[in-house]
Every structure is written in C-alpha cells, then in structure tokens.
Ligand binder design. Sequence first.
Ligand SMILES: Nc1ncnc2c1ncn2[C@@H]1O[C@H](COP(=O)(O)OP(=O)(O)OP(=O)(O)O)[C@@H](O)[C@H]1O
Length: 633
Amino acid sequence: MGTPNGDVRKKEEEEEAKLMEQEYQDKKEEEEEEEEDPNAVWRFRISEPLKETLKGKGIESLFPIQAITFDTILDGSDLVGRARTGQGKTLAFVLPILESLINGIAKASRKTGYRRPPSVLVLLPTRELASQVHSDFELYGGAVGLTSCCLYGGAPYQSQEIKLKRGVDIVVGTPGRIKDHIERENIDLSQLRFRVLDEADEMLRMGFVEDVELILGKVENISKVQTLLFSATLPDWVKHIAAKFLKPDKKTADLVGNTKMKASTNVRHIVLPCTTSARSRLIPDIIRCYSSGGRTIIFTETKESASQLAGFLPGARALHGDIQQAQREVTLSGFRSGKFMTLVATNVAARGLDINDVQLIIQCEPPRDVEAYIHRSGRTGRAGNSGVAVMLYDPRRSSISKIERESGVKFEHISAPQPHDIAKAIGREAAEMINQVSDSVIPAFKSTAEELLKNSGLSVVDLLAKALAKAVGYTEMKKRSLLTSMENHVTLLLEIGKPIFTATFAYGVLRRFLAEEKVEAVKGLTLTAEGSGVVFDVPAEDLDTYLAGKDKASSVRLEVLTALPRLQEKDQSRGGRFGSGGPRRGGFGDRSVGSRFLGGRGGSGRNVRFSSDRFSNNGGIGRGRGIRSGKRW
Ligand SMILES: Nc1ncnc2c1ncn2[C@@H]1O[C@H](COP(=O)(O)OP(=O)(O)OP(=O)(O)O)[C@@H](O)[C@H]1O
C-alpha cells in the first residue's frame, strides 16, 4: 500500500507526463502545420535577422499579398499591388526592399558610408501614416543595419536636416516636406534604388501629382530604380498615372480585382438612419452596443464637427488637419496606448492607420466617394481580426446605395439601439466588473446585502439586475424612437391602401384627421422604400391622440413600429419629394442639443458635392490642386 505522500507524488508525476505529452503533440502539430503552410516565413529568401524580428512580432507566415509579391520585388520588377485594407501591404514592400538592399540586386549599387544619399524613398499621403511606416523601417531595417528617417510637415526642419546630412538608407515622408528638402538642397534622390507610392490613389488625388512627379523625377538612372505602388483602392485613373512612373514590363498583383466586394470582408458593415441632430445622442449608445469594449474611431466630414463631437463625447479626442502637429502626435499615441478609447477624426485618419483593437468605426454620414468608405471602414477588422463599421445616414439628405453598389458591401440595416440592447451590452461590462471584485470583500458587505435582499421584496436575480444597472450608471430606461432617435417619441407607419409618392401628400392625409399643431409635432417624415407609406415620429405622450384621430379618416392605417422598414433615399426621390409641403418644424433636424454642431454639410451642401473639392471621383487627377492648403480635413 502506498503512503499518502507517495500517492500525491505519483499523481504529480502522471500530470507532468501528461503535460509533456501535450506539449510534444502541440509542437509536432505546429511543425506539421508550418511544413504545410506555403507562406511560412522560412520558405522565403528572408535573412535570419529579419526572420527573428518577424518572429518577435508573432509573424510566422506571410499574408497573401506579401507572399505573392515577395519574389517579384526581390527579383527586380516594378509592381502595382492591391489588397483589401488590413492585409499587410506595408510589409509586402518593406521585407523585399530590405532583403534586396542587404543581399539582393540592390546591394552592389547602394551607396554606403557617411553622407550617403538614400537608396529608398517611400511617399505617403499623411504625416501619421509616414510615421507609422517609418517605424516599420526602423524596426526591420534596424535589424539589418539600415537607417531611416521620416520627413513630414509640421515638424522642425533641423533634426531632419541633420539626419539627411549624415546619410540615411531609407527616407519615408509626405510629398510636401520632401519637396521642401529638395528645394533646400538637403536631399539627393539621384541614387534611389526603390521608390514606393503607398496609398498611391490618395496621394495623387490630393493634388500632389506635380510634387510626386518632381520628386520621382530626381532619379539619375531610371533603369536602376524599382518603383512600387500600393493601395487597397486603385481607380482606373491611378493605373494610367502609374504607367507614367513604372516600367512598361511592370507586374500587377491585384488581390481585389474584379471581385464584387472591395471593402474588408472581416468587417460587419451596418447602416443606421439618423438625423443630424440625433447623432450626439445616438453615438454613445452605438459605442456601448458595438465596440465590445475596444477602441472606436468616428469619422466626420469636417474639422469643426470632429472637434465639436470630441468635445461632446466623454473621453474622446479629435484628430484633424487644423490641430498642431505635436498635438496630433500626442493624440495618436494616447489612442494607440489606450489612454482614451474614442478618436473623432476627419479623413486624415482614414488611410492606412493600423491601430490595435479598433473594434468599431462610426461614420457620421456617408463619405463622398466609395474609396473613403473602404478605407475608413478598414481601420477595423485588420490582420484577420473582426470589426464593426456603422454608417449613419439621413435618408432625406443622403444616399447609401451608390456606396453599396460600388463597394460591393451588402449593408445590414439596423435602427437606433433600444434600452434593452444597451442594457444587454453594458450589463456584460457590469458583470465583468463585478467578477473582478475580490471575494475578500464579501464578509464586510454580507450583512448589508442580506438586509437589502430581505427588505427589497425582490428576488436575488432582480436585485442583482438593479445592482448591475447601478454599477454602470444606467438607472433610467429611456425609450427612444426608431426614426429620429428622440427620447420619449415613438415611430409610426402611415398607410392609406395606395402608394404615397410625396411628403406633401402624406402631410395632406395627416391634416385630414389631425389638428394642425399635431401635424406640426410630427418629426422626420420619410417615405418607405417600397412607396406604400410614410414613417414619422410623434411624442409618446400624444400617441393616443394620433391613433384615435385616424378613426375619423377612412382607409388610413396607423401603426406603432417596433422595427424600421427600409426607407426611401434621396437618390430615389427624383427631387422635391421630401420636406416640401410639411410644416417647417416637422422636418428632420430639430433644434435640440447637438443640432448646432455635428452638422457637417447641410442639405444644400449635398447639391454642390462635386463642384470644387478634391474628392472628385470623376477621374480628374490634379483637379484638387490648390485646395491642398484649405483642405477640409
Ligand atoms: N504576415 C503577417 N502575419 C500577421 N500579421 C501581419 C502580417 N503582416 C502584417 N501583419 C499585421 O497586419 C496589420 C495590417 O497591416 P498593414 O497596415 O500593412 O495593412 P494594409 O494592407 O497596408 O492596410 P491599409 O490598406 O489599411 O493601409 C498590421 O498590424 C501588421 O503588423
């Protein structure tokens, strides 16, 4: 018979053996997987220090765009590369460029030593993006002894000049500042071996075409330089321009191609009808329900609305072009490090930014072009993770169908989160908070808890539900309408048994059975998509009056909605359907809190949307020139 101590030891030994067996199996599986993986890092001509650095970043296998383009770039071809957002386009050029410089064909001709001119130039449209890509070159280039520097506007010239004078291998920057350095004769681009245009379409669209041409034209021997062009979106006009910069035998790696879906497939794409004035009330609840406790980026159309919304939302900060560069950097690094969880930005943050744990994107209104939608929504769902992109739209002012058609996204339609949705979402947070409280507090609170339970007359579960609500500060359940998201309003559907073509006609029907003041109290009247009725909001306290009134009019059906039907959008209205004929106060856009700001473009702004901005999507390269200085974001 074994002693109790002997039994314990035996059990421990058995457990240990089991663990070792498990570890062995896991390792074997991993090795087998690696061996099967055609994109495993070891299969590529990547030198040891780079492999180690990749491993340090948890990268064991290349993403498709990286795997497909690696040999082509390393072997010396010019290349146009396209893959959806968050698919690793940055490393797709960083790795083969570095490898070429240290072991490949660029090695022999690259300049070395003090005061050497750069061998690589990477151009990007925004400062934040330049800084992000530069940090990849610092990390991976640093591992193989190559130096880099980042040149962008808003930062002092001196430190940039010192680095350039000493000599660097890789220059990353925005076209404006690089052009300035050329004019100041600080930089010699004649010996470049690589030129990269990242987010090429945006850079060319922004009115940088001439700057880009001037910069790229500084190369002495064009046959010795490789040019690479990358983006998630490559409209045809970019391809024409590309032909100018890239060699005729350039290769193309287009992982999006003619597939219908151009936006990220890892993202839930959602649309939600919302008036301008309701945005500020609605956004905190959308964050509660859809951010899964992670980071949120909110996009506005203008710098003013970004600042105003950030001021309104607790714990949010703004990022846009009018903010001083130093502050922009502080804001972005605070967001990256989790000091605050909501960033309100203009399109300055739409492209390329790769920030960990961004779970939710909110677009306050549909952007002007499909590319902006694709890039904005692509700030989430990166590197195989999932995410949610919610786009707000006012059906009477904007249309989502163009974006839906051109991006290939099939939008999920939802209405404003209701109290039970919010409670469900934040209840989980509260439960987690309570789970984290140490059991050691129980004895101290136990007698009060018992007393509370006894005196409350509630069940344990009901009382706990109240405690959860209190823990997250959600003690008042406010009902809000489905249409305009107004508190204490309900959404009604009016039908008359035949099609309703205009708002004017619908108001006429309402006047048949309601007093003028009740017609005036109607909010947000909008035609339904299939044209058989209209929806609108009314104050909850007057609901009975509205419902009773309809009995006076024959064939009128009035129904309280629990879910919003598809609404008719501006595009389908063929003009004049909305708003006319109704009482002025009855339209969308009440004057409550928040309607002063977050306005973005008003109704009239829509009509001039392509008149003078650089977002023109009609193929006009360089049309935006001159607008750069006064750009909206
Ligand atoms: N092979 C890989 N394995 C795992 N993660 C990777 C790999 N390659 C890149 N990543 C990570 O994927 C994320 C997205 O990469 P990157 O920013 O290059 O995407 P992108 O395609 O340029 O996106 P966008 O079009 O939005 O600019 C980054 O966090 C990056 O570190």
